[in-house]
Design a protein. Structure first.
Length: 558
């Protein structure tokens, strides 16, 4: 599997790596890692980190590990481990034989903790979680030392071993680093290194009842794997002194460098795994792979391609300050990706029947239709034309405004790749007044490609009634109605009630009926679509990946 050199433009992390290479730091090595916690599915923000870590390793001839931060078994599941591996592979990256878990180092991390106790740098504390929080102080007031801070080394060693042996209840004791309760950095005010937690681990079972905290396990796991550049998101900047303290306190021979970059913010999107998990568990969406979700599996099911997501990550770049990216840029990337690759086909989402009265009954003819004008090598296909066709309901207006160039009473329009037709009569349901059928005539001398000089201003798509198939189409909109759903009131109040519209009576070209799950098409004038896994023989289901209108590209042109 190929690794991709993402983030092709220069950025400050590349500058650091190149300076390290110049000075011989880390022996010229570049070794990164992607360290997800298996407590949920990955989202588009993680894709940025994946592309960055694997991309930098590829760019500089280095290596990138996949390491699961499995230090909190109460929230972790094998399902998440497997989904994360699938997502990384799907994005196009390969960790080769370098698959690791923080749990691989539990024995080593415990031994380091004992070493910290022996050197007077850690102690067992009996304060409750609430008391620890109260003793911690504030940004303007120093913290207070725990009354248990000055226990003897012997007492701490005994208590820590008994914690490991399961003699104390959950939450009753913790192991804390002994640093500085007056530090201006709250993370350095005797942070917790271990807590008691009885929960069966997906890999180690019930072997352990104490588990290391992330801030302790992360730097030592990095060091164990020979990581050179530990790339984290910006919220870990204040944790960097603790990262370095852990390595120095145990005098580890390997000293990775933590570097922080701005995480991805995306309009109309949540990036909290906890909140995304709540949407799944409370039934607001149909699962982690719901196409409305910003998860990688949701984007994959929606129909996005790994190439489009990598392109998006490359375009947004790497910065030191947080910002929010417009969702329309992500949509632009999938349009760019599919423009030259997706076959053009015709599908009518909201059908309106048209009877061409002067076309012979029982007759049908084959018309030529190009598959993709952006890619002539994709050739053409045959379409059947007959007396009865379907057009979009929106392509007809009984009382149109002046600049409506589609079909109207007495008005002409061209059927794409076919003939010019004229609306002669509107047939309505006598009870409801709803338009149910149009009676039209056609000009037989205006067949596309015939050399006819007659032109009309409007061209619409269609399918022949007899030579089409039924399909279900799912139209997706933003899951939230506001650009920043994570502000103000409960984010669930911003859920978009119209985020999914299911159209069950759609008609597609007959040749499209044999499409396979996973194929992508451009439905002319309607957008790009993907054959969903809910499809069954004779009943295809299409997800609209994105509409054709590109607001981001338009905005860039001013």
């Amino acid at each position: 599997m190929a690794e991709h050199d993402s983030f092709t433009g220069s950025n400050f992390i590349q500058n650091i790596i190149e300076e390290d290479a110049r000075t011989g730091k880390h022996g010229g090595r570049v070794h990164t890692r992607f360290p997800p916690e298996p407590n949920g599915y990955l989202h588009i923000g993680h894709a940025k980190s994946i592309c960055l870590n694997f991309g930098l390793a590829a760019k500089y001839g280095g290596k990138c590990n996949l390491r699961f931060d499995d230090t909190n078994p109460s929230k972790e599941e094998v399902e998440y481990v497997e989904s994360i591996q699938e997502d990384v592979r799907w994005l196009g990256f390969d960790w080769e034989a370098r698959l690791f878990y923080a749990s691989d180092y539990f024995g080593e991390l415990y031994a380091f903790a004992v070493q910290l106790i022996k050197s007077g740098k850690a102690y067992v504390d009996d304060l409750s979680a609430q008391e620890i929080k109260e003793y911690r102080g504030t940004l303007t007031e120093p913290g207070k030392e725990s009354p248990y801070r000055n226990r003897t080394v012997a007492e701490n060693l005994d208590l820590f071993e008994r914690m490991k042996n399961g003699e104390f209840p959950d939450g009753s004791r913790v192991l804390r680093a002994k640093i500085d309760m007056a530090s201006p950095n709250l993370n350095m005010r005797d942070p917790v290194l271990y807590r008691i937690l009885r929960s069966t681990h997906h890999r180690t079972g019930d072997t352990w009842c104490i588990y290391p905290m992330y801030d302790y396990a992360h730097p030592l796991s990095d060091a164990a794997e020979g990581i050179t550049h530990s790339i984290c998101t910006l919220e870990f900047e204040a944790h960097r002194p603790l990262y370095d303290w852990c390595l120095e306190a145990v005098d580890h021979k390997n000293r990775p460098q933590q570097i922080e970059f701005a995480r991805l913010g995306l309009t109309y999107t949540l990036m909290s795994k906890r909140k995304l998990r709540a949407l799944v568990e409370n039934g607001y969406v149909r699962g982690w792979d719901d196409p409305r979700m910003p998860t990688i599996s949701g984007l994959r099911r929606r129909g996005y391609t790994p190439e489009a997501i990598r392109d998006f990550c490359d375009r947004i770049g790497v910065a030191k300050s947080n910002s929010v990216v417009d969702f329309s840029l992500l949509e632009h990337c999938i349009r760019e990706d599919q423009n030259a690759r997706a076959p053009r086909v015709m599908a009518v989402l909201r059908p309106l029947k048209v009877v061409i009265e002067n076309y012979p009954e029982g007759q049908a003819e084959e018309l030529e239709a190009e598959n993709n004008p952006e890619n002539p090598a994709m050739g053409s296909r045959k379409m059947r034309f007959a007396r009865e066709v379907f057009i979009e309901q929106d392509d007809f207006m009984e009382d149109p405004p002046k600049k409506f160039f589609r079909l109207a009473p007495g008005q002409e329009v061209r059927l794409k790749n076919a003939y010019i037709i004229k609306c002669e009569q509107v047939v309505k349901d006598e009870r409801t007044g709803e338009i149910v059928e149009l009676r039209c005539t056609y000009d037989p001398d205006t067949r596309s490609g015939s050399g006819s000089s007659r032109k009309v201003k409007g061209t619409i798509h269609w399918v022949a009634a007899e030579y089409s198939a039924k399909a279900e189409v799912r139209l997706y909109d933003h899951l939230f109605t506001v650009e920043d759903p994570d502000t103000g009131e409960d984010y669930k109040t911003y859920l978009n009630p119209r985020s999914l519209e299911v159209l069950s009576g759609c008609r597609i070209e007959l040749g499209l009926a044999s499409a396979a799950i996973g194929e992508r098409f451009q439905f002319l004038r309607n957008g790009y679509f993907y054959v969903d896994s809910d499809s069954a023989p004779g009943q295809l289901v299409f997800n609209r990946i994105v509409a054709l209108r590109d607001s981001w590209a338009k905005a860039q042109k001013g």
